[in-house]
Design a protein around this ligand. Structure first.
Ligand code: GAR
Length: 186
């Protein structure tokens, strides 16, 4: 692995996680060199505002070329709501990570994204919620867990209030984990 510390961020939505990754680049010593989106979304606009090259595509061969062209070391899924094809998971094994808004293996899998996850946390009566950074494998939310952060569930929490506090933790955990992974890869 070369030492560019270039990361690609894949996103599908609002892109607040992408924004936190952009804002923390200098502090954590990585470079957001490419943003990939599978559809038109605010995340793409955030990347363009920050003068980061973007690619809006669902063509994995094209995406693969862009990753090589930008010397990407690590792919970071930040609210990317498309299942990664198995061949990409294999080709990029241990070099694709995802942030998920629960303490996996709880509340993961197909259909579990965004605020739906916190709805499930509250319905289950969990007293602790949180987020997980994990390697991406062919199984949705099933890859090896790298890091987690916890958040206390409050008696008056709604899915939205809990989601907000979990997202605050995500925005700290993700840059920290990226820094560690890039350091370990040296
Ligand atoms: C984040 O909370 C992320 O954990 C979640 O989507 C949100 C993206 O927000 N990802 C999943 O639920 C994946 N299963 P953003 O678009 O504002 O960055």
């Amino acid at each position: 692995m070369s030492d560019t510390r270039n990361i690609a961020v894949f996103a599908s939505g609002t892109g607040t996680t992408l924004q936190a990754l952009i804002d923390n680049q200098t502090e954590y010593g990585y470079h957001v060199a490419l943003v990939v989106a599978n559809r038109t979304c605010t995340a793409l606009e955030r990347a363009q505002t920050a003068h980061i090259p973007t690619l809006q595509s669902c063509d994995w061969t094209k995406i693969g070329h862009a990753l090589t062209q930008h010397s990407i070391q690590l792919i970071v899924l930040a609210g990317f709501l498309t299942i990664i094809p198995e061949w990409i998971c294999h080709k990029w094994e241990k070099r694709i990570i995802n942030i998920h808004p629960s303490l996996l293996p709880k509340h993961g899998g197909k259909g579990m994204y965004g605020v739906h996850v916190q709805e499930a946390v509250l319905a289950a009566g969990d007293t602790v919620a949180g987020c997980t950074v994990h390697y991406v494998s062919a199984e949705v939310d099933g890859g090896h867990i790298i890091a987690q952060a916890t958040v206390e569930v409050l008696a008056n929490d709604t899915p939205e209030t809990l989601s907000q506090r979990v997202q605050q933790e995500e925005k700290k955990l993700l840059p920290q984990t990226i820094e560690q992974l890039l350091n370990n890869a040296k």
